[in-house]
Every structure is written in C-alpha cells, then in structure tokens.
Design a protein around this ligand. Structure first.
Ligand code: F6R
Length: 252
C-alpha cells in the first residue's frame, strides 16, 4: 500500500491521472471500475483533456460500473450510471459495447448482482479500480459492516451515505434507501487500485482507514490487505499523515 500526498485537489487529480494513464498505456484493453461521487471528477476531466491532446487513448478500455441506487433506471437524474456516462464514458469516447451497467432496475436485483459479478470474472476481473472513500469508510456501497469476501449485492444505505448522496442532487430528489454494489471480493482482487481522497472532512476516516484496525466496520481498511493499492490524498485530507510524510513520498 502506498500513500501519496498532493498539495491540493488539482495535484491529487494529476497524480492519479498519471498513474491511470500509465496503466492504460501498458494495457489498452484494461477493465476499469469507475467510481462516481465528487472526488474523481477532476481526475476524469484530466484524462479527457490528455486524451484530446493525444497523450493517451481510452477507446479500448472496458468501463465497469461500481454501484447504483436500487430501482433507478439509466435515464433517472439520480442514476450513477448516467453520471459515469457523462463524466467518464462519453468524454473518453468509450464505445457502449465496452460499458458494463449494473441493472439495478432488473426484475430480480439479486440475480442481476450475481450475473454482474460473473460477467466481471468472465472478462478477466478488474485491472484498475478507481475508488473514492465514503464518509463512513465505505467503498462503492460496501457499507459498514462489510467483510472482505462480501459479494456483489443489494444493500441498505446507512443514514450517513444517504445524506452524502442527497448532497449530489440538492433538494427535491428522494434519496433511494437501497443500492447495488460490486462486492469487496472483486474490489480486493483488482490488479491496481487507486483511491482518491480530498478535503478536511475526510481526514478522520482516512486516518482510521490507514492506521486503525483492519475490520469490517471500516470496509476501506481491507485495502491494506490487498496488492497494489495507492491512496492519493490532498493535504487537507491527509492532515497529520501529511505532516508525517513529505509530499509525494510513500508510506506503508
Ligand atoms: C460512488 C461511490 C462512493 C463514493 C464515496 C465518496 O460511485 O462508489 O463510494 O466514492 O461515497 O464520495 P465523494 O467522492 O463524493 O466524497
């Protein structure tokens, strides 16, 4: 596990973009698990800018959805699939045939979860997981408690995650109380995992993730048991961790 501390949000996004681009240059047909949320948006913008300048080419990658609210179709304004399309798939010109959608609007959501997990495995697993860190330590919607072998499944959101989701849409939209998420089992098998963390409000949970007990109560802490994981935090999120480690040095 590595921790890289950037001066600010833009620096965090750039460091993450450098790593993702290098990985895609090495393996142009990478399967990429794509988090939504606020934190990776600067990273995705940079990837699109750098693709436009000819530095990289994401047209061969497979974009795999990480999570979705239950019963929400792709056209719903709250859809995380819609958000992934707007921020990642379309700007990077990834063909629709190379996009894997979590069918949270399926008649049998449990079966849809199983099928999705099987499809990920059949296509060779995840090469690059791009993740954010939830305010309660969730990864995707693997809410606490989530064991390291938790499967792709339907979960009930914690009040904290529902509040965090509500902030994405402003007033007037109902926050779904349930969601689907790719499981911890698949996340922990990714060949490369990049977690982006920004802002003082993430400082405590990041510190607990990196230094507290490894436990189902803080699902992100399981990443410390996985191979090839890079946490990229801005200084506001890293706090004391930033003081202990000089900028852009590695920890752990
Ligand atoms: C979103 C997702 C969530 C977010 C996390 C952090 O697809 O999987 O786990 O990554 O809640 O969200 P932000 O970046 O908005 O703080």
């Amino acid at each position: 596990m590595r921790l890289i501390v950037a001066d600010d949000y833009d620096g965090m996004s750039k460091l993450a973009a450098d790593i993702v681009i290098a990985a895609v240059q090495e393996r142009p047909a990478s399967s990429i698990l794509v988090a939504t949320g606020n934190t990776p948006m600067g990273l995705y913008d940079l990837l699109a800018t750098r693709q436009a300048s000819g530095e990289c080419d994401f047209s061969g990658v497979r974009a795999v959805q990480l999570d979705e609210y239950l019963g929400i179709g792709p056209e719903d304004p709250r859809s995380l699939f819609g958000w992934m399309r707007r921020s990642f798939v379309v700007p990077l010109a990834i063909p629709d045939a190379q996009v894997m959608r979590l069918r949270s609007d399926a008649a049998d959501p449990d079966a849809a979860c199983q099928e999705f997990a099987e499809a990920i495995r059949e296509t060779g697993g995840i090469d690059i997981a791009i993740l954010g860190l939830g305010p309660n330590g969730h990864l995707g919607f693997n809410e606490p408690p989530s064991a390291a072998d938790a499967h792709t499944r339907v979960i009930t959101l914690t009040p904290e995650s529902a509040a965090s989701s509500a902030s994405y849409w402003g007033a007037g939209e109902d926050v779904p109380q349930q969601a689907m998420t790719v499981g911890m089992d698949i996340l922990l098998e990714a060949r490369l995992t990049i977690v982006v963390i920004s802002g003082e409000h993430k400082r405590h949970i990041l510190q607990q993730t990196l230094e507290g007990p490894v436990s189902s109560d803080l699902p992100a802490s399981w990443l410390r048991t996985a191979e090839n994981v890079v946490f990229i935090a801005d200084r506001a999120a890293a706090g004391e961790l930033a003081l202990a480690e000089d900028a852009t040095t590695q920890a752990g």
